[in-house]
Every structure is written in C-alpha cells, then in structure tokens.
Design a protein around this ligand. Structure first.
Ligand SMILES: [Zn+2]
Length: 554
C-alpha cells in the first residue's frame, strides 16, 4: 500500500480535480484491505544461520504481481515458533505443512514488494547418499566439512524458497561459525567478526540450485594459494596441502581455458574473482557461482581428471549458472555443454586428453538407464548420472560430426552470455539454425524417450571390395561414424565414412584398401553412440561421483 499512499499525497497536493481526489481516497484509504493469495516474484533471499545449531532466519523479498493477504512459498524446513513477519511486522498467521509455508497479514498488501521472515531449523539430512541438503562430512584428518547444497529444486529444504529452476534472485548469507572455521559462498565475502561471515551476491544471474549454497571448513584446512589471473579473473585455490589439489591445478591451462570461454561467450559473469575450494565431497565438482567446490581427491587423480573437472565447473559459470535451466528435465544440456566445451579446448591443447574424454562419454553411455530427456520423468537424482555420457555425445559430438565443430560452437554462442533460462528444445533449435540440419526426428529418436535406451548396434562385414554395414538394433537412431578396415600387419588400417543419418541402416560401400582386410572396427573415433552387435551391455556408471561417494577412503 505504500506507493498508493504516496500517490494520493501527490494528487492531494496538486488538488485541481475534486472527483479524482475522491476516487483515489475511496480506493486507497489507509484501511484498505486486500485478500486472497499474493502472486509475487522473489527477488532476494537474506539467509542467516549458525552452522552448528542449524538455527536459521530466512527473509524473502518478492515483487508483488497480484495483491492479497497471504503469501505462500515452497518450504520443507520446520518452522520454529509458528510465527512469521510480514513486511517487518508480526504476521497474523504462519502455517507450514512440510511442503509449503503460508504467511498471512491483516489487510494484506498490493506491493510493490512483500517481505516475509521466518525462523527455521535446517534439517541435518541429505537426499539419499548425496550431499544435497545439509551435511557434515569428516575428512581423513578429522576436519569437519559443513555443506549446504540446494541442487535443482532443492532450496526449499532450508527455508521459504521459490525452487523453480528458471528463476534468478540476489542473495545475502550471514553465517555464524566457530572462530576456527572459514566459510565459502557465492558473492562478495566479508567477515564482520571472527565468528561471522557474510556473502553478498548481487549479480544478475543467480539460480537457486547453485547460488543457494554455503560451505564451511576449518581455516587451517583451506590454505589459500593465489593462482594469479585466469583471463580477466583473479583465481584463488583453497585446499588442504596434503591433498595436493593446489599443486595439481595448472595455472597456465586454466588461464588459457578462461580466455577461451571469455573470448567465445563473453565476460566471466561473476565479477573479477573466482574461488576454488577443495573439500571432501560426494560429487567431483559443483558450480556455485564464482565459488567452485572440487572433490579433494582430484589432486591425486590420474589423467588430468582434476583439470577436466575444474574446466567443466568453469563452463558452468556461463552454462548452468548465468544461463540456467528452463525446467528440471532440461538438466542434460548444462552437463553436456560443460563436458563438450571442456573437450573442445582439450582438443586444441592436449589431444590425448580429448580422446580420453570422448572415450569416457562413450563407455559411460553404454549402460545408461534413461534417455537424456526421460519421458517417464523420474526423480532427477535417479537419472542425472546418465546425462554426462549420452548428453555431450548426442547433443554435440554426433551433431559436430554431421556438420562441423565450428557450427556447433556458433550455435552455443547464440545461447550463452546472458541471464536467461534455456530448454533442451532451445538448444536443438539453435543447432538446427547453425548447422542447417533438420533435427526433429533426431531429437525424437536420441534425446526424448522412455525406458532403457537401445543405442544402435552394427554388424560390419568386408568382402571383395565391399563393406556391408547393417544396423541390427536401435535403427531409428541415426548418425555419422567411421568403420576402420584393418589388416594383419602394423599400419594396415583405413577409415571408411558411414552416415546412417543420410544413407539408411543397411549400406554397402565400395572400398578397396591396398592391403588384405582381416577385421573391422566400429566407430574407432567415437563419433556416435553406435556399438558392435556383440557388445554386452555394461553396468551403469555415474561418472560424476567422487571416489569417496564410491566407497574409496582416503
Ligand atoms: Zn556439471
């Protein structure tokens, strides 16, 4: 009602038209009341909590779209005291049923803003075996790691929160902790006292899944290492020295990668600072904006796994954070872009690393239990692990082979670089525009489906100048790949292009190598999720789990 009161005062001051003054006074008297549900868009979360007691106070500010007297938001955390504030005053009622908080005020409001405040207790519980939720994990040296993780649709675990994936907000976190602890969260860090840390996040693109997150670890365990400038960004790594994470992080590589990302997709979205924290985590990494968390085993991991993981999380600053998910079931595009752009840069600077990455995608895809956009809409936790292999293969690698890497990157340039929400359909549409390919049937066959996906299987036989290629299963799923004709002697190998997207599922290709062909090899370049018909379906794998999550102890 505040803005209307101001408006009336202004009109009264001018006062030329009695009728209009009477009308305004009638409509906007101080005793005017509004009733019904308030429709409002959350703009800011102010969240204060104590890491040990888990007592929290949440203040949510929203822009009112429809006036009313009751404001409801998703909330799973238990309400403390049964009371709330409404625009700073005691609310007339506050009810929480385990999924929704409803706060009502006598007279209600028509805005422009509404602010509600509640006390809650953060449940010390997580989603299954993960760290989604609030958890305390003790590392191999006895250090406690406190972690508050929303993930997609999860911010209402901690207080009233609009948990839709496609909305952005700003945030202030005020964290109370023992003097010995250090706190990590997105935004500008400050320590007003030895037992209090604040994070102020006021950038445009802050989705709840990654921005509503806080970690705390002993200061002695998060030793800061200045890693200098990566592109336009000052990077600092916080890690336990014995994990070797800070030593393993290659400044020159990540500087080059950040420059590649900034030159391709525009400036790093979160100011001038990137903080990277190593900790005992469930996932290999997590992309809190400007505040990446990495699993602390990555300092000792083989094959530059840590380097790959950090680049993956850097991509997410653009793809996932600044540009976010339209819906939960669009999850696959953000993981696919993070993987594909990491791979694209590896292909420029370290070809063996790129080969390992694409080999990992393909082997990890073979046991997938769901399509990238699963029609049965399982819980995200039940299928997200299937996104990391099939996603980058189907959305980008296979399309890159049917067009060109340049055309795929050109499509991504039209998608990233601004705060907005994207669907998988938006990504496909951009790829169609950029490549000129009609991808409707492709998307229906490869991306959207129910049940366990049957990736195509192939039998290839060579005889007397003819390579016969027959797709024996999964024939709706077409792509371009190579078959190698191989002889008995070293160096006897010739690649033959096969394109089932344009040439169908039963092809005979005339080819006469200068050697006697003794065997064929299907898709040696890993261009498509096509497998020999003799392949035994392997066990399902989740490549994003840390060794700790897989039961490997320090
Ligand atoms: Zn990711």
């Amino acid at each position: 009602m505040r803005h209307l009161a101001v408006g009336r005062a202004r009109l009264l001051g001018v006062g030329p038209l009695l009728a209009s003054v009477i009308f305004v006074a009638a409509a906007c008297g101080d005793d005017e009341t509004f009733s019904g549900p308030i429709e409002a868009t959350v703009t800011h979360y102010d969240y204060a909590f104590d890491i040990d007691s888990r007592a929290a106070h949440a203040t949510v500010t929203a822009t009112v779209d429809t006036a009313g007297d009751c404001f409801s938001l998703p909330m799973r955390a238990p309400l403390v005291g049964g009371t709330a504030t409404f625009d700073g005053k005691p609310a007339t009622s506050a009810t929480a049923d385990g999924t929704t908080l409803t706060v009502c005020s006598d007279g209600g409001t028509d805005g422009p803003d509404v602010t509600i405040g509640v006390d809650v207790t953060i449940p010390l519980e997580t989603l299954s075996t993960s760290q989604v939720g609030y958890s305390k994990t003790v590392d191999g040296s006895g250090n406690p790691f406190y972690y508050l993780v929303s993930w997609v649709g999860g911010c209402d675990r901690f207080g009233p929160c609009d948990n839709r994936p496609n909305v952005f907000a700003t945030y202030t976190f005020t964290v109370t902790h023992p003097e010995t602890m250090q706190v990590a969260c997105s935004g500008t860090l400050a320590t007003p006292s030895p037992t209090q840390t604040t994070c102020t996040f006021d950038h445009d693109g802050g989705p709840t899944y990654s921005t509503f997150g806080v970690a705390a670890y002993p200061t002695a365990a998060w030793v800061a290492t200045d890693k200098g400038m990566w592109g336009s960004v000052h990077a600092t790594v916080f890690a336990r020295p014995q994990t070797l994470v800070a030593d393993a992080i290659e400044t020159a590589h990540h500087d080059g990668f950040m420059r590649y990302m900034e030159s391709t997709f525009g400036a790093y979205p979160y100011g001038t600072e990137l903080r990277v924290y190593a900790a005992p985590t469930y996932w290999a990494g997590f992309e809190h904006p400007g505040s990446i968390v990495l699993d602390d085993s990555l300092g000792r991991a083989a094959n530059q796994a840590g380097r790959h993981t950090l680049d993956h999380e850097i991509v997410h600053q653009w793809a996932g954070d600044e540009t976010t998910l339209a819906d939960t079931y669009d999850f696959v595009w953000k993981e696919s872009m993070a993987e594909y752009l990491t791979f694209t840069y590896e292909a420029m600077v370290d070809v063996p690393a790129a080969d390992r990455t694409v080999a990992g995608w393909k082997s990890g895809s073979a046991g997938a239990a769901f399509f990238p956009v699963p029609g049965e809409k399982p819980a995200l936790f039940d299928y997200y692990g299937d996104a990391y292999g099939p996603g980058p293969m189907i959305l980008f690698r296979q399309i890159e082979r049917m067009s060109s890497p340049e055309q795929v990157i050109a499509a991504l340039k039209t998608l990233l670089g601004e705060p907005r929400a994207l669907s998988v359909d938006d990504v496909i549409a951009a790829l169609e525009t950029s490549t000129g390919l009609d991808l409707d049937a492709y998307a229906n066959a490869w991306i959207k489906g129910t049940g366990v996906p049957a990736w195509p299987t192939v039998v290839a036989t060579y005889a007397a100048g003819s390579l016969h290629v027959q797709v024996t299963a999964g024939g709706d799923r077409r792509c371009k790949f190579s078959i190698a004709l191989v002889g008995a002697n070293p160096g006897e190998s010739q690649l033959v292009d096969v394109n089932t997207f344009t040439g169908g599922i039963d092809q005979t290709i005339a080819v006469t190598p200068a050697f006697a062909v003794t065997t064929t090899q299907i898709d040696p370049l890993r261009e498509c999720l096509v497998y020999p018909a003799t392949t035994v379906k392997p066990a399902r794998v989740n490549p994003w789990l840390s060794p700790r999550a897989l039961g490997v102890t320090e």
